[in-house]
Design a protein around this ligand. Sequence first.
Ligand code: AVJ
Length: 321
Amino acid sequence: MSHGSAARPLRKPFEDDVLEGLRAPRKHLPCRLLYDACGAELFEQITTLDAYYPTRTELSLLHQHLSQIAHQVGPEARVIEPGSGAAVKTRLLLGALDRPSSFVPIDVAHDQLQLAAARLRADFPQIEIQPVTADYTRPFELPVPRHEARRTLVFFPGSTIGNFEPSEARAFLELLGEIAGPDRMLLLGADATRDPALLIRAYDDEQGVTAAFNKNVLAHLNRTRGATFDVDAFVHAAIWNPAASRIEMHLVSKRRQIVRLQGATITFAPGEPIVTEHCYKHAPETMRALLGAAGWRTRQVFASSHVPYRLWLGEPMSRSR
Ligand code: AVJ
């Protein structure tokens, strides 16, 4: 995800960043390409894998601490969730809060979003569900709710914050603060695992689901942009980069090959990778500083006793209370 400041356009058009990334000396693709309908389904499958510890760790943290979190958030809150997806965690949260006034799921996948919204309306008839189809890395406006909320809680689980470059993460957290307004709180999930064995197991699973998830990016570009990737000529690799504190998703070219995409010719050397995703594993000090730089004071941290995964409860920096 590329991201600038909240005031100017945050990203170049789709065409540009795909071609630009493939023409760069270190070939890369924007990680949002991983999440088309097919990719979203594969990701759901990843979350059920034994080796993929983030999802079950976060779920267990939510089960453990949601009543306390709900108490701190207080009654009649509006909840906003960028990139809401399958909404399993959302249901837990909405169920735990004291009479939440409304829920705003934000996602680029319009149809999926409408379907999720319909299901939530059926299960939570007393909560106003106001889906927003938007790319949440760009400024967007919140719909006006029927009832004024006492507070806005931003819910950003899944360690998705780790997919942003650090400077982009700061800008994004700041943007969320601006959108949520003065009476805001933040509930964010972030993984800080640095054990390479555990990470490789989770990001290069034995069943090959993550490999399929990663390779789908190439199939996606073939389908949507007439690219000529030979998907089987690339292998998935998960590389731990300790200096940058991130795990990187690579697609490594098996041989010398040429791929065409929208009039451009991209040449691959044998063993040359395309980087498709960075998953930063910020140490808690880094996470706290990132939140602080974006105007969020850390109110409470809930840590797992199994892996270094944490829920962060944030509030405005200048809160007087
Ligand atoms: C949920 C998007 C943050 O980084 O762990 C999972 C994405 N990539 N396996 C993560 C992902 C490969 C996931 N996010």
